[in-house]
Design a protein around this ligand. Structure first.
Ligand code: SF4
Ligand code: SF4
Length: 333
């Protein structure tokens, strides 16, 4: 006997979208959700993902559709207006990508350490439900990944997905390949389920059925340059690649720095800036001028290279990054 879907769209589907970046495991999480729903919960459904270059840090979307077992799935179009939206990397909100298609009754789960009210405002939500969980922190503590915590949180937020069915699908998918990591993954999943707090919001919009945002290309056939010319080659307008970070950043302690430059040689993304100046002992030379976090992917090679512990590993923190990426760096890039 199939579980009852709590609500469906006009085509009879309950739709889920995961907004993520390459390397966080949204594709695997979508596969596990789809398998659990179809093989263990008696639903019909489909799962697929959309991504560009197969590179860590590039945007990834994973989609899952469920419907009654006697209904055929005749669409493979992206999920535009999800019933359940999971955002695995917070910088996708800042980029304005993740919140597309949120409606007055979308349930949103976000991986963040920020208060729910701030996230709600950033998302522009009116109505719906929101759950914020520190999936990266829990994943690090359990030696797992954020996708497992978010799977647990999504299971809880959906109101109909069966926790045991998801656990079994995780064991089936990851148990053979990574047997030593399975218990940690299951703990992360269970913590996502039990630690999510979902808040409901009311909507005072005059026409609440209209989606608050709808995806649209910034440049299309009506406003694109002649001949499809790329006028800003190799760059985004903001040159902000911070979505590529995997939850960790180098933190800098000025007092311990000896201006040796090892961090600069080591960084594969040229994040380090040096300038002419005077060091602690009054000697003239090239001195450390800061880390341009916009390009930092959090690999932490610089932390390993630093001989004085002037660089240490810390959790990715939007405020710290904004404070330490100076306007001179932005102007000079
Ligand atoms: S963490 Fe990696 S990308 Fe970031 S500054 Fe250090 S070496 Fe560069
Ligand atoms: S490696 Fe460490 S000590 Fe050397 S310049 Fe970089 S931060 Fe300073």
């Amino acid at each position: 006997m199939a579980v009852q879907l709590p609500r469906t769209n006009k085509s009879g589907f309950y739709e889920i979208r995961m907004e993520s970046v390459g390397g966080l495991g949204a594709n695997v999480a979508g596969k596990i959700l789809g398998e659990a729903g179809v093989l263990a919960m008696g639903l019909n459904g489909a799962n697929f993902a959309s991504y560009g270059a197969e590179k860590k840090g590039t945007p990834v979307k994973s989609f899952v559709r469920f419907c009654a077992p006697d209904q055929q799935v005749r669409t493979a179009s992206p999920v535009e207006f999800p019933h359940l939206l999971a955002i695995l990397h917070e910088s996708l909100i800042r980029a304005g990508i993740a919140q597309e298609g949120i409606t007055h009754d979308t349930t949103v789960v976000v991986n963040s350490t920020h208060p729910a009210e701030k996230i709600r405002q950033d998302l522009g939500m009116c109505g719906g439900a929101l759950g914020v969980i520190d999936a990266s922190g829990i994943a690090a503590a359990e030696k797992s990944r954020a996708n497992m915590v978010m799977l647990g949180a999504m299971t809880r937020a959906s109101g109909f997905l069966d926790q045991q069915a998801i656990r079994d699908a995780v064991s089936e998918n990851l148990g053979h390949k990574y047997p030593k990591l399975l218990q940690g993954n299951l703990r992360a999943l269970d913590r996502g389920f039990s630690e999510l707090e979902l808040q409901q919001f009311s909507c005072d919009l005059e026409h609440p059925d209209q989606p608050l945002r709808r995806a649209g290309p910034p440049i299309g056939y009506e406003n694109g340059p002649m001949g499809g010319t790329i006028v800003n080659p190799g760059n985004t307008m903001e040159k902000d690649l911070s979505a590529a970070r995997m939850g960790r950043i180098p933190l800098y302690d000025h007092d311990k720095c000896i201006n040796c430059g090892k961090c600069e040689y080591t960084c594969p993304d040229f994040c380090y800036t040096f300038t002419d100046g005077t060091d602690h002992k009054g000697r003239r030379g090239r001195i450390f001028a800061g880390i341009d976090y916009r390009y930092c992917k959090g690999c932490l090679r610089c932390v390993e290279a630093c001989p004085t512990e002037a660089l240490t590993a810390g959790d990715d923190n939007e405020e710290y990054v904004a404070e330490h990426t100076t306007s001179q760096m932005k102007a000079g890039s």
